[in-house]
Design a protein around this ligand. Sequence first.
Ligand SMILES: Nc1ncnc2c1ncn2[C@@H]1O[C@H](COP(=O)(O)OP(=O)(O)OP(=O)(O)O)[C@@H](O)[C@H]1O
Ligand code: SF4
Ligand SMILES: [Mg+2]
Length: 320
Amino acid sequence: MAGHVLEVEDLWVKYYTMSGVVHAVSGVSFKLRRGEMLAVVGESGSGKSTLAYALMNMVPKPGKIVRGRVLLGGVDLLTLMTEELRKVRGSRISIVFQDPFTTLDPLRRVVDQFTEFLMEHGLDKATALRVAREYTEAVGLPERVLESYPHQLSGGQKQRVAIAMAISLSPEVVIADEPTTALDVIVQKQIMDLIDDVRRKYKSSFILITHDLALALERADTVMVMYGGYVMEYADKSELVRDMRHPYTRALLESLPRLGQRGLPSFLPGYPPDLRNPPSGCVFHPRCPLAREKCRAEQPQLVEVSKGHYVACHYAGVVK
Ligand SMILES: Nc1ncnc2c1ncn2[C@@H]1O[C@H](COP(=O)(O)OP(=O)(O)OP(=O)(O)O)[C@@H](O)[C@H]1O
Ligand code: SF4
Ligand SMILES: [Mg+2]
């Protein structure tokens, strides 16, 4: 049986701001198989990016990982020292951001940034140049892109460069945080096709972070739905499509724009909670059409309702 490349256990992250403690990620656990694509789905503010940062052990201040383990090949990244972490980031676990300028300095040639990144991970200059060329080609870019400055490239080209860098050291896990949100619809599809190709070719595992449930259902093997920092539902895609249980997942599905209107903002009544002061009981109860008294008082645990299908809802058994 294929082992798990990544095991995340009971991860909690909080931001200690002047106006209070933000409970951004609360008790998230999951396992990722080799070559698997897991989609993490949820509205704005549900804790997706914070989770991504925590997996890289790079939560920005004033955030702090307060509990949990992130086991990559059995080693807990949360216990590593800065120097060890620097080696692991980029080579064994890497991230593609929504805005490629987070990765790329607009004022330095792509080739210099790419080779410098590789040399920081121990490659000599000639090998770094060869690898940079190889991966530039692998993501469908002409070699001349290497000589360009990022500001001379289109959004799609920049995101291809960011993906090339993220995969160039063959990491076991690549996290892509809304990698296509800033791009137009046609380029979005090209980049997602590229991610699919790369995943098959290099057998990397991907964590695709997106607010778009339709995209998750189209591309992922497994889907994890987050709301208010908690996992609401987690299952293989086919199981989720067959037997969607959580009222929030269903609301997300119902709020999707109809065919032909993809890309338009979706609408779900109400607002996500203020995570400085989350609702009592089930964090979704103020917006849940099925909320009852118990939901206000008691927080539902994430339970396995059928093999590999987890749901956090008091009434998941009856909500069919
Ligand atoms: N640097 C920060 N300082 C304080 N609070 C933060 C910080 N970054 C995120 N938060 C808060 O943490 C919570 C989770 O935010 P996060 O950015 O992880 O959500 P997200 O699901 O990625 O949202 P989006 O879809 O908008 O990117 C939110 O309440 C947000 O306001
Ligand atoms: S526990 Fe209650 S409020 Fe929460 S999702 Fe289930 S029915 Fe809705
Ligand atoms: Mg985000």
